[in-house]
Design a protein around this ligand. Sequence first.
Ligand SMILES: [Zn+2]
Length: 218
Amino acid sequence: MVVQKDRRPVADTTFNQPRRFPEGDKIRFTSLHNKRMFLWRKRPGQPDQIASGQAMADETEQEPRFICDDHLGKLARYLRVGGFDTLFDKGIDNSRLIQISLDEKRHILTRDRRLIERRLVRYYFLVNDDRWQNQIKAVIEHFGLSFSLSRLFTRCLEDNTLIEKVDKKDVERLVFPYTYEHHSEFYRCPACGRIYWSGSHIEVMLDRLKDAGIDIRE
Ligand SMILES: [Zn+2]
């Protein structure tokens, strides 16, 4: 079972109308969704029409990016398998997590209700299930994501960096001779140097995704 909440007031038509505010004014409004007050300050050079609901929707219009809390390592790993930009740092403290979420407009994926009730938290999705299989299905459904073959295994599973194809001869000394002999395509993470190839471990992860009921498109 999953409790889904999203702080974006997309259905909140109260604030969808453009409003005019004098430059430099502080503008207060309440999101009906979370019963919290936000404070907006118009900066010089910004357009003087502010449509708050629209603005907040626009901010996350691109494909959603994520940051998982301390307990959702498996979820983060399988989102990375699908090519989705997902940060996870075991041991990260909540203040840092929230700061990254705000700076990079990343949705916090968490099981911790107290975390999302913190004042600054703005983008989040509350997961209410222990199993990564159910967690990832809930995330997929909530954010309208789809797994496609072309994007699978495009990110380093350890650190989220996009991996790069490398010439086979360049990895000869970096992988076991058997692996080198039996595979033709290799990829490398530019951040940590890990080498990836299409081996049995990848098949296992794909099987797990399929077993979890995840559709993988061509
Ligand atoms: Zn890496």
